[in-house]
Structures are given as structure tokens and as C-alpha cells.
Design a protein around this ligand. Structure first.
Ligand code: SAH
Ligand code: DHB
Ligand code: MG
Length: 222
């Protein structure tokens, strides 16, 4: 099983059932042209986020980790026209590319791209009136995943869906001896989930154009 095979299957899936969308493809091209890393979710994963948010009926979405706004556009498309999406990004140059991509997609008035370290922004948000959210996508720095998840839970209501990207780390999640802080963070997330009575969760391993990784899906039911 090889990366080449995973790429060709992802290309097939994109070709057949996701389609070639000039707005989304243009967003990735703008990201590459600006020198941003190619770590946006894949088209198939973006569509999964879109489907989950639609199934949830999300009108109020929080994203942690914007990059070029590729996943943001998928999520914005899942909302009714009166939906709102807040996305947090530490890097001002990433946020600038994202704002342009999001505006070109037609969501300049729907999406609020906020620049700054997400933990600081979330701490601030906890004091305000923007919460709760229907859907939270956690996809920023990995060491803060436990902290981001704690805030996501705090900002939830019954029915909220929380998705966390990049939790399998090429299988390293299963290595309890790992000294990699991102591995320790995703293991800490799973420890939290194992103790948390208010949620139901699963983690799905994935292969595809982004290699071998996975995501956790959490439903808040209380
Ligand atoms: N969700 C995007 C990809 C995000 S990549 C997509 O799929 O299209 C991760 C992003 O998180 C990067 O742009 C990085 O700059 C940002 N990031 C890293 N540390 C952060 C922090 N502490 N606070 C907010 N954003 C952060
Ligand atoms: C990285 C971050 C991501 O969110 C991702 O999906 C893949 C890679 C990274 O920081 O390397
Ligand atoms: Mg990611």
C-alpha cells in the first residue's frame, strides 16, 4: 500500500463525486502561490466536513486553524445563508490569504477571520456572548489539542459536533512511549474522551493524498 495508490484513489474520488470547483481549487492555488504549506484538508476530507456540518444543521461554526481558508469555505458552504463562522489563525500572512479566498468564495460577510494565538482568543471568547457553537473544527497546532478540546466542550450545547484533525500521526498515536508532544497531545485527548460522560466519540484512521492520519468525531449529548 503506497502513497501513490492513495493519491490515485483520492484523485478518482475527487473526479467522480466531489468535482472540480474553481473557487476551492483557486484557494489552494493562491495558498501555494503565497508559499503556504500544502496542509489543507484534502477535497474528500473537506467534503466530509461539509457533510457533517450539514447533517448537524450547523448555523454557528468555530474553526481553530484557518491556513488559506480551504476547510473554512467547505464549512461555510454547509451553513444556511444566515450562518456565522469564526476562524482563528495565528499567522497574519495566512489570514490575509484566507480572507481573500473567503471573499472570492462569497463568504466575506459570513466568516470572521481572527488573527492571534487561538488559546488567547478562546480565553477571551469564554467571557463573551458568541458561544455556544453547533460545530467546531480543531486543526491548528497539535500540542494544544487538549486545551482546544476543553474550550470546544465549554462552548458546546447538546448536539454540538466537534471534529479534531491529525490525531493518528502515521500510527504514532498508539505509542505510549513517544516523546513527540503532538503524539502526547492526541493521547491526552483520548484520555479526556475516555473520562468524559457528556460526549460520544470515535477516531477514524485515514489514508489519502495527505498520507496516513485520522480524525476524531465527537458528539456532545449533554
Ligand atoms: N484548517 C485548514 C488547515 C489549517 S493548517 C484547512 O484544512 O484548510 C494549521 C493552521 O493553524 C496554520 O495556518 C497555522 O499557522 C495555524 N496555527 C498554528 N498554531 C496556531 C495557534 N497557536 N493559534 C492559531 N492558529 C495556529
Ligand atoms: C500539519 C498540520 C495539519 O493540520 C495537517 O492536516 C497536516 C500537517 C503540519 O503542521 O505539519
Ligand atoms: Mg489538519
Amino acid at each position: 500500500m503506497s502513497q501513490e495508490l492513495w493519491n490515485s484513489v483520492d484523485a478518482y474520488i475527487a473526479d467522480r463525486i466531489i468535482g472540480h470547483d474553481p473557487v476551492l481549487e483557486g484557494a489552494l492555488e493562491a495558498a501555494a502561490a503565497a508559499g503556504l504549506p500544502a496542509i489543507s484538508v484534502s477535497p474528500a476530507q473537506g467534503k466530509l466536513l461539509y457533510l457533517l456540518a450539514r447533517v448537524q444543521g450547523a448555523r454557528n461554526i468555530l474553526e481553530i486553524g484557518t491556513l488559506a481558508g480551504y476547510s473554512t469555505i467547505w464549512l461555510a458552504r454547509a451553513m444556511p445563508r444566515y450562518g456565522r463562522l469564526i476562524t482563528m489563525e495565528v499567522d497574519a500572512s495566512h489570514a490575509a490569504v484566507a480572507r481573500e479566498n473567503i471573499a472570492k468564495a462569497g463568504y466575506g460577510d459570513v466568516v470572521d477571520v481572527r488573527v492571534g494565538p487561538a488559546m488567547d482568543q478562546l480565553t477571551e471568547m469564554a467571557r463573551g456572548k458568541e458561544v455556544p457553537f453547533d460545530f467546531v473544527f480543531i486543526d491548528a497546532d497539535k500540542k494544544n489539542i487538549p486545551g482546544y478540546f476543553e474550550f470546544a466542550l465549554k462552548f458546546s450545547k447538546p448536539g454540538t459536533v466537534i471534529v479534531i484533525d491529525n490525531v493518528v500521526r502515521e500510527g504514532r498515536i498508539a505509542d505510549g512511549e513517544s516523546d513527540d508532544e503532538s503524539v502526547q497531545a492526541v493521547r491526552a485527548l483520548h484520555d479526556m474522551l475516555s473520562q468524559e460522560r457528556r460526549v460520544s466519540a470515535t477516531t477514524i484512521q485515514t489514508v489519502g493524498s495527505k498520507g496516513y492520519d485520522g480524525f476524531t468525531i465527537v458528539l456532545v449529548h449533554e
